[in-house]
Design a protein around this ligand. Structure first.
Ligand SMILES: [Fe+2]
Ligand SMILES: [Fe+2]
Length: 325
């Protein structure tokens, strides 16, 4: 039987994945930081119709933003249900997970208003995620927790990719780019919390049962995600006179081209299907510091730019008062 302690997955300098079965992993536990304060500027306007990367990048990120408020609310509710059934040593991380996700949900609501102001109607994506969440809510408590495990893995690998290759978001305005990087940092930070909770919730089940159930749910969630997010993006593209066929191939090109976000995360997505997988085995803690530094540098530039006009904001946005452990 393969245990969770004897598989170590590391990323090499050239970006390839090394799966060192049999190696011992670090026993040092990562402690999730408390939520990092971030508030998007609600009067921010998106300049121009599209970001420089093009309409397909817009469609991808705007559709994603549209689904976060309800998606994250589902994650919070699920975790909150389990909270008082978890062992004491997991409680601080669970509290920070909930706090971080609540902040993301709050800021995505604000961001979605800015996106809608720029001429993208997000109602189809919103309705779509509402019906998906409704179906997921009908699962058993363990099933809901496992669905969140899978969503968290997908979110964490996208987040890590955004920080590793910030060109995915660098053509957004600085406001939007910082926003995505902030969300990404916290997703990498808390990526193991729900997995650990689920492992505890199914401790009475065999490793084989856990493995098969986990893989089945990931397949289901991934297929549903691809279908629904394709629909969501096509709806946004249609609003800008791009039909289904052209839109579909454009999306594929955008995501799966060399260096594309979807293409780059595939190897990490597959790691979930290792029998002994645990999120902490993907060593990407260094990305927390990188992401925080990128945002801090951007905020400094923004404060410098803001210093010129007389009616500048009285208080610059404070961020990262709390430092990841
Ligand atoms: Fe989040
Ligand atoms: Fe998350």
């Amino acid at each position: 039987m393969v245990g969770y302690e004897n598989i170590n997955i590391t990323e090499t300098d050239n970006g390839s994945i090394a799966n060192n079965l049999g190696d011992a992993i670090s026993t040092q536990r990562h402690i999730v930081a408390s939520a990092r304060p971030f508030h998007i500027n609600k009067s921010h306007q998106i300049n121009g119709q599209y970001m420089k990367s093009g309409i397909y990048a817009d469609a991808f990120f705007y559709d994603l933003s549209a689904i976060f408020p309800k998606g994250e609310a589902f994650m919070i509710k699920t975790m909150a249900w389990w909270r008082d059934k978890m062992p004491a040593d997991q409680l601080p991380d669970i509290a920070n997970f909930i706090e971080q996700e609540a902040g993301h949900s709050r800021e995505h609501i604000a961001m979605n208003k800015l996106i809608q102001n720029a001429g993208f109607n997000l109602s189809n994506s919103d309705k779509n995620v509402e019906s998906v969440v409704k179906r997921a809510a009908a699962l058993s408590p363990r099933g809901r927790l496992l669905a969140v495990v899978c969503l968290e893995h997908m979110t964490a690998i996208m987040a890590a990719e955004m920080i590793k290759n910030p060109q995915h978001v660098e053509n957004f305005s600085a406001e939007f780019r910082d926003f995505w990087l902030w969300h990404a940092v916290e997703e990498v930070d808390h990526k193991s919390v729900v997995f650990d909770a689920w492992r505890y919730s199914v401790r009475d089940k065999s490793e084989t049962w856990q493995y098969l159930t986990r893989c089945s749910m990931m397949l289901l969630i991934s297929i549903s995600f691809v279908i629904n997010r394709t629909r969501g993006q096509l709806s946004l593209l249609k609003q800008h006179d791009i039909g289904k066929i052209k839109g579909f191939f454009g999306m594929m090109r955008y995501g799966l081209r060399k260096g594309g976000l979807a293409r780059n995360i595939l190897p990490h997505w597959k790691l979930f299907f290792h029998r002994g997988f645990h999120p902490s085995q993907i060593n990407d803690r260094h990305l927390l510091e990188k992401g925080e530094k990128l945002i801090a540098a951007s905020l400094q530039t923004k404060s410098f730019n803001k210093a010129k006009p007389k009616n500048r904001a009285k208080k610059p946005v404070k961020i990262f008062a709390a430092k990841a452990a």
